[in-house]
Design a protein around this ligand. Structure first.
Ligand code: ADP
Ligand code: MG
Length: 701
C-alpha cells in the first residue's frame, strides 16, 4: 500500500468517525492510519483451545468456550442488581454475570444462539461463573481473521468509557487491513531480509495483530523490533557522519608547553591506566580535523576532572580558550578552586562565572573573554548566556551531563562560528546498551578503574528506630577527627513539608550534638549563595563536623575528610541519587560509611534499591538495576525520555537485536552513505518518510 495512503486521517476509517477519532488521538496519539497500524498489542491471550464446561479448573485462568445462553435473569443483591445468564454446552452449565451495562446487554443478547465466550472463570456457590465475558457470535467468530492468539491492546479508562474496548480496537485494525488489503510497502532492503531471514513487512504486521501461531508471532516481533532499532541507529549514525564530514573541527596538532609542563612537573598523582587511555582517545580526536563530541563515562570518584583539565591544556597550547560548565554553583566553585590549584603556577588565566557573580565583575570577565586574556572559564548555566562571547573557544566540557538537556549541549556548540570540541562527562553511568541508543551520535570513552588505594564505602541500612545507635557511631567517628554528612530528601512537589523535615532534623541534631563539642553546618537550596558558600567553606576547613543538607551536595562535592554519609528517608531517593550521595565519602584515606535510614514502610521497589546499595559499589551495576526498576526514560530525566519512545523494542531486553541493528546500520552506511544504490532504495525512502513525519526523534541539531 502506498505510503501516502497510510497518512490518511483516522476519522476516515470505517467505524471511527470524529468522536472516536478525538478519543484515539488524545488517549493514544493516533491520528492517521499509520499510527493505528503501529499500535502494537501489549500481550496476547492464547485462544488455540476451546474448553468444555466439564473441563474447567478452579484455577481462574482465561478460557474460551462455545455454547448457548438458555435463560437470562436479573438478581437483586445487597447493592444494586446483577444480570445472570445461564450458559450451556453439551457437557454442563455455568453462569455469565454482569454488574455494569446490564440494560444494553440484556437487550442485545440472543438466546439459544451459539456464542464464543471468553474470560476468567470463578468457582462460586458450587458452580462456575464468568464475570463480564468477551462475547462473539460463533458465526462472527468464524468469519473474522482467524487467530489463535488474541491481541490485547494498550487501553485507558477513557477509551473503555467511550466504548473503544479491546474488541473494538481489534475490529478497527481489522478494518484497516481490509482497506489496505493487508499489503504494506516493504521498509527493509532485500539484503537485510535475506541476512536476517526476516518475514516481510505485510506478514509481520498481520501477525503482530492477528498471529496465526506462536512461531509467526515471534517472527513478526523480531522483524518489527529489528526495524525499529535499525532506523534509530541509522539516524544516529547518519547524524554523526554528516557532522564529521560537514563540520571541520579545530585541529590541535601541537602538544605544547602547558600540557608537557603539567604532565612532567605538576601532576599531583600518577594517572590510572584508564585515565591515560582516555586522554589518548581524546588527543587522537583533537588532533584529527573532525570536531569531537565525546561522552566520558566514569563512576563517581574515578577522576574525570583531571582528564578534562589536560584536554583543556591541549586547547590552550594550540591558542584556543576552553570552558567547563557544571550543573550547580557549588560544583562550579569547587571545580574553579580545584583547577586553579592544579594549574596555579602555569601562568594560565582562569575565571569563575556563575549567577551570583556581581555585575561589575561579570563585565570584566566578558571583556577579558572577548579579548582573549582569559584562557579558561568555569561556571554554571551562566556560560550559556548570549552576552558570554569567547574570542576563540576551542574546547568545552560539560560536567554531569545528566543534569543538562540536549538543548544546552547544542547551545555551547553554537558559541563559536565553528563549533568547539565537546567533552560531556557523566557520573551516572549509563549501561553501554543504553548509551548506544541515547548517545549513539557521540563517541564514548569509559574510565573503568578507580585511583589506587580507595577503600570501598561500607553501606548499611538502618531503621529509624536505631537512630541512637547511629548517633553513637557518628560521635565515635567525629572523635577520630572525621566529618559527617546528613542528607534529607527534597522533592519538589512536597517542598514545604520537605523543608520542615530538614529543619526538624537539623534541630534534633543540634540537641543530640550540642555546642561547644559539636559544630553543625546546614546547607539547602533556599539559602543565599553567600551563606551556602560560607557554610560549605566552614565544613571544608573542618570548622564544623556535621553537614546537614539537602541534595544540593549531591553532585561532585569533594571533601576527603568526610567519611560518613547518613541519608535520611533513603527510601525516597532514586538509585542513581543514592549512589551519587554515597560518592561524597570514601574520598580520603579512611574507611568510609554510608548509612541508609528508613522507616519500616518500604515498597518492594524501595527494598530493591536499598539492597542494591548495600550489595554493590559499582556504578554500572547500579545503573543496570535502576534501569530495570524505572525504565530508561526516567533514568535519563524527562528531557531525554522522549528519545526512547520505542513502540515495540526494549533497549534492555532487546539488547542483542539492538547490537545487530547497529552492526548492519554501520555496515550499510559504510558502503552506501547516501543509501542511493537500488539495493537500498527501500531504506532511503523509509528513512526520508520517518524524518518527514517526525516519527523519528529530533536529536541534537
Ligand atoms: P569524578 O570522576 O567523580 O569527577 P574527580 O575528578 O573529582 O572524580 O576525582 C576524585 C578525586 O580523585 C579527586 O580528589 C582527584 O584529585 C582524585 N584523583 C583523580 N585521579 C587520581 C589518580 N590517578 N590518583 C589518585 N587520585 C586521583
Ligand atoms: Mg566530577
Amino acid at each position: 500500500m502506498n505510503a501516502n495512503f497510510l497518512q490518511t486521517p483516522i476519522s476516515y476509517l470505517k467505524g471511527v468517525g470524529p468522536n472516536r477519532a478525538d478519543t484515539l488521538q488524545s488517549e493514544l496519539g493516533i491520528s492517521v492510519y499509520q499510527d493505528l497500524i503501529n499500535l502494537f498489542p501489549n500481550r496476547y491471550i492464547d485462544k488455540t483451545k476451546y474448553y468444555k464446561i466439564n473441563e474447567l479448573q478452579r484455577s481462574g485462568a482465561d478460557v474460551q468456550l462455545v455454547g448457548k445462553i438458555v435463560h437470562i435473569k436479573t438478581v437483586a443483591q445487597q447493592r444494586g442488581k446483577r444480570l445472570v445468564a445461564l450458559f450451556v454446552d453439551e457437557t454442563g452449565e455455568m453462569e455469565l454475570v454482569w454488574f455494569r451495562g446490564q440494560k444494553w446487554i440484556k437487550e442485545n443478547l440472543k438466546l439459544n444462539t451459539p456464542y464464543v465466550v471468553f474470560g476468567k472463570t470463578n468457582w462460586y456457590g458450587g458452580k462456575f461463573s464468568m464475570p463480564h465475558p468477551d462475547m462473539e457470535l460463533l458465526t462472527e467468530h468464524q468469519s473474522g481473521i482467524r487467530m489463535s492468539m488474541q491481541p490485547i491492546y494498550p487501553s485507558t479508562e477513557k477509551l473503555s468509557a467511550k466504548g473503544i474496548t479491546n474488541k473494538v480496537m481489534g475490529k478497527l485494525i481489522q478494518q484497516l487491513f481490509t482497506e489496505t488489503k493487508g499489503r504494506f510497502m516493504e521498509t527493509l532492503s532485500p539484503y537485510l531480509m535475506e541476512q536476517l531471514k526476516l518475514i516481510s513487512k505485510s506478514e509481520a504486521l498481520l501477525n503482530i495483530h492477528f498471529p496465526k501461531s506462536q512461531n509467526l508471532l515471534a517472527k513478526a516481533q523480531f522483524r518489527l523490533k529489528f526495524e525499529e532499532l535499525f532506523y534509530v541507529q541509522l539516524q544516529l549514525i547518519i547524524k554523526k557522519m554528516v557532522r564529521k564530514q560537514k563540520i571541520k573541527g579545530f585541529t590541535f596538532d601541537t602538544v605544547g608547553a602547558h600540557f608537557n609542563s603539567f604532565y612532567k612537573d605538576h601532576l599531583p598523582f600518577e594517572l590510572t591506566a584508564a585515565q591515560k587511555r582516555v586522554i589518548k582517545e581524546i588527543r587522537a580526536d583533537l588532533g584529527s580535523n573532525a570536531q569531537m563530541n565525546r561522552l566520558l563515562q566514569g563512576d563517581v570518584g574515578s577522576g574525570k576532572t583531571i582528564v578534562a583539565v589536560m584536554a583543556m591544556l591541549l586547547a590552550l597550547d594550540n591558542g584556543f580558550q576552553a570552558c567547563l560548565m557544571a550543573p550547580t554553583e557549588i560544583l562550579a566553585n569547587q571545580h574553579f578552586n580545584g583547577i586553579k590549584q592544579l594549574l596555579g603556577t602555569l601562568g594560565i588565566e582562569i575565571s569563575l562565572l556563575t549567577g551570583s557573580v556581581k555585575k561589575s565583575a561579570r563585565k570584566i570577565i566578558h571583556e577579558r573573554l572577548e579579548n582573549g586574556e582569559l584562557h579558561i572559564l568555569i561556571g554554571t548555566h551562566a556560560l550559556l548566556e548570549d552576552k558570554v562571547k569567547f574570542k576563540n573557544l576551542g574546547f568545552a566540557v560539560i560536567d554531569e551531563q545528566h543534569r543538562f538537556g540536549v538543548a544546552q549541549r547544542s547551545k555551547l556548540w553554537h558559541k563559536n562560528d565553528n563549533p568547539p570540541h565537546i567533552l560531556v562527562m557523566t557520573a551516572t553511568p549509563i549501561p553501554r546498551t543504553l548509551a548506544m541508543s541515547l548517545y549513539g551520535d557521540l563517541d564514548i570513552s569509559v574510565i573503568d578503574e578507580l585511583p589506587p588505594g580507595r577503600k570501598t564505602v561500607k553501606t548499611v541500612h538502618r531503621y529509624d528506630g536505631n537512630r541512637l545507635k547511629v548517633f553513637a557511631f557518628i560521635k565515635d567517628e567525629i572523635k577520630k577527627g572525621r566529618q559527617v554528612y546528613v542528607v534529607y530528601p527534597l522533592i519538589q512537589e512536597s517542598e514545604a513539608l520537605d523543608y520542615k523535615d530538614l529543619m526538624d532534623g537539623y534541630e534534633s541534631m543540634v540537641r543530640d550534638f550540642p555546642l561547644p563539642d559539636y559544630q553543625i553546618s546546614i546547607v539547602h537550596g533556599k539559602m543565599k549563595s553567600e551563606d551556602k558558600d560560607y557554610e560549605m567553606e566552614r565544613f571544608l576547613k573542618g570548622k564544623t563536623q556535621i553537614m546537614v543538607a539537602t541534595t544540593v551536595i549531591e553532585v561532585g562535592v569533594n571533601i576527603p575528610n568526610a567519611s560518613v554519609m547518613i541519608i535520611e528517608s533513603a527510601e525516597r531517593f532514586g538509585l542513581s541519587q543514592l549512589h551519587q550521595l554515597r560518592g561524597r565519602v570514601g574520598r580520603g584515606a579512611d574507611q568510609s560509611y554510608c548509612i541508609l535510614m528508613t522507616s519500616h514502610k518500604l515498597s518492594s521497589e524501595a527494598k530493591t534499591r536499598l539492597e542494591t546499595m548495600v550489595r554493590t559499589n559499582d556504578g554500572f551495576e547500579i545503573a543496570e538495576v535502576d534501569l530495570r526498576l524505572r525504565g530508561p526514560g526516567d533514568l535519563m530525566g524527562t528531557q531525554q525520555s522522549g528519545m526512547l519512545n520505542l513502540k515495540i523494542a526494549d533497549v534492555i531486553k532487546d539488547n542483542d537485536i539492538l547490537k545487530t541493528a547497529r552492526f548492519y546500520a554501520i555496515q550499510i552506511l559504510k558502503e552506501d552513505p547516501l543509501l542511493s544504490t537500488p539495493q537500498n532504495k527501500a531504506l532511503q525512502f523509509t528513512y526520508a518518510q520517518l524524518v518527514k513525519h517526525k516519527n523519528i526523534w529530533n536529536y541534537i541539531s
